[in-house]
Ligand binder design. Structure first.
Ligand SMILES: CSCCC(=O)C(=O)COP(=O)(O)O
Ligand SMILES: [Mg+2]
Length: 239
């Protein structure tokens, strides 16, 4: 659920992987956990309607798979390919819930991001998230960070339900849903194609180019003309 933003300060919309949190946490912790736990999860929960609808979508889109074992294998292949498919992302979120709840892991958020998010929130900026990870997975991540529960800082959560992250229409939809003109939204991401789409929708943008995630920093040419910062310290929200 998204609360309409009422502040007149720019709203800050942030990506997660490679922006607030490391790529390696997603690739080396979250994805392997989902890959490993999926077979048991589908065995134990595959008949629940909220799970079944996503499994059936995968089965249908893959040409009519008729056994859960084949659906699980397909999903594991999609994890290996880093497919941003809505059904995979919804199921991954449900599997990760168990991981967070049993404290198998917590989510690292870069300390500069934690400090800036808290500061911007205290200053009156509305904050929102847009990630390929499902909204429930986003909420879980920010509720279980190394720095504690940060989920209360955000008033809006968006996933591929609004469209793909490289599509301009997705950003226009987010702005409409937030009730904020695109020009009053600053989008932060590590992916230039996502920033291009946000800029085409009229949003302000900043490329987050973290040394830990991108050992060879992007040049001016590779930055697509977006302002560039190596962490949240370098982001100028009120420009
Ligand atoms: C909600 S955390 C898991 C992130 C994820 O599944 C993913 O694919 C990362 O995508 P992002 O859009 O945050 O780069
Ligand atoms: Mg990213």
């Amino acid at each position: 659920m998204t609360t309409p933003a009422t502040s007149r300060l720019p709203l800050i919309l942030t990506d997660i992987e490679g922006t607030t949190s490391s790529i390696s946490f997603v690739k080396d912790v979250l994805f392997p956990y989902a890959r490993r736990e999926l077979p048991r999860f589908v065995r134990e929960h595959g008949r629940e309607p909220e799970v079944r609808r996503w499994l059936d979508m995968v089965a249908l889109e893959s040409g009519g798979l008729c056994q859960d074992a084949m659906i699980v294998e397909t999903l594991q292949g999609w994890i290996d390919e880093d497919r941003k498919h809505t059904a995979l992302k919804a199921l991954q979120g449900m599997v990760w819930a168990a991981g967070y709840e049993s404290a198998d892991f917590t989510a690292p958020v870069y300390p500069d991001a934690v400090a800036a998010l808290r500061r911007w929130h205290a200053d009156g900026h509305a904050l929102a998230v847009y990630s390929s990870g499902s909204v429930p997975a986003q909420k879980l991540l920010f509720a279980h960070t190394d720095a504690g529960d940060l989920s209360g800082l955000f008033c809006g959560w968006f996933d591929t339900g609004v469209g793909g992250k490289r599509e301009t229409g997705s950003y226009a939809r987010i702005a409409r849903e937030l009730g904020v003109p695109p020009a009053d939204i600053l989008f932060l991401s590590d992916v230039v194609a996502e920033l291009d789409a946000a800029r085409d929708a009229g949003m302000r943008t900043t490329l987050i180019d973290r040394l830990a995630d991108y050992p060879r920093p992007r040049s001016q040419d590779d930055s697509g003309g977006h302002p560039r910062a190596t962490g949240f310290d370098g982001v100028v929200p009120d420009a």
